[in-house]
Design a protein around this ligand. Structure first.
Ligand code: 1HE
Length: 268
């Protein structure tokens, strides 16, 4: 568990905290195209373990430089000449980081630019919202590198795009970008301007929700996807029992009852 002061001591991540509770987390190895070495994964574990308790209301995850993330640090992997057991433990650490992201209860919005490939796509797929811009492209080059996914793509990328598309991406190196990437589920937004600006706007909107509500949205849905429909329905009723009766929600409900709350309109 990090303290707020320790956030500035991270070496491969830069964390910027805004007054409204939005944090910007930037992968900071642009010279290596933000490839994920083990030190970066360790920092991601620490960061996403700590952020919920340090009061982050929403997080924009982005990469310094032109590319969001080039995936596994292939040079470190090559030089380390790892045993199967060593690499299994590397992958378990990746899972720890990405699970903390997905199940931590704080909305994570990925602002994507350039390459979102291999482990970079595994990282992006653990975010709750993905925003692409004109430069963004997605691929799983593991097949071409003599590797296999180890950071959760078989679960999260297959969940986003379906098994057949993921198999095709891995077998053939197929690259997705533009509107097609949105249509198949790799990103929810594709903007002409800056993916960062759009992600920040979305994070600010999410940060206006009650923290307990966001906690449920950004943890319960993922957990329920892992359950049988019968158990998920039961768990949903328990979560709703807690969230929908929270004291802080009363003012919002009262505003609706008094007709002072904003109505839902197509342009809102
Ligand atoms: C790296 C990495 C990396 C760049 N590991 N060092 N991922 C990949 O197969 C993608 C590999 N990277 C690329 O295809 C390209 O680098 C990019 C398309 C992302 C960017 O191209 P470019 O022309 O801008 O950069 P570059 O000249 O290729 O690389 C610049 C530097 O970044 C160079 O280092 P330098 O010290 O020689 O300057 C590169 O070595 C370094 N670099 N990508 C290490 N990935 C849990 S299992 C997950 C399995 C996977 O993720 S497999 C997919 C790996």
């Amino acid at each position: 568990m990090l303290t707020l002061d320790q956030l500035s001591e991270l070496k491969n991540l830069v964390v910027e905290r805004h007054e409204d509770g939005v944090w910007i987390v930037r992968l900071n190895r642009p010279n290596k195209r933000n490839a994920l070495d083990i030190a970066t994964i360790d920092e991601l574990v620490d960061l996403f373990s700590s952020a919920p308790r340090l009061g982050a209301a929403a997080i924009v995850l982005t990469g310094e430089g032109d590319h969001f993330c080039a995936g596994l640090d292939l040079v470190e992997h090559h030089q380390a000449d790892r045993s199967p057991a060593d690499f299994m433990h590397v992958c378990l650490r990746w899972h720890e980081a990405f699970n903390k992201m997905e199940y931590g209860g704080v909305p994570v919005i990925a602002a994507l630019t350039g390459a979102v490939v291999g482990g970079g796509l595994e990282l992006a797929s653990a975010a709750h919202i993905r925003v692409a811009d004109a430069s963004t492209y997605f691929a799983l080059p593991e097949g071409q590198r003599g590797l296999f996914t180890g950071g959760g793509a078989t679960i999260r990328v297959a969940d986003l795009v379906g098994k057949a598309r993921m198999v095709d991406m891995m077998l053939t190196g197929r690259v997705y970008q533009g509107q097609e990437a949105v249509e198949i589920g790799l990103a929810q937004y594709r903007v002409e301007g800056s993916s960062f600006d759009k992600a920040l706007d979305l994070a600010r909107r999410a940060a206006e929700n009650l923290p307990l509500t966001n906690f449920a949205i950004c943890s319960a849905i993922s957990h329920m996807q892992n359950m049988s429909p019968l158990d998920a329905a039961y768990a949903e009723s328990v979560v709703a029992g807690v969230v929908n009766t929270q004291t802080d929600a009363r003012a919002r409900l009262e505003a609706f009852a008094n007709k002072t709350a904003a109505r839902i309109r197509p342009d809102s």
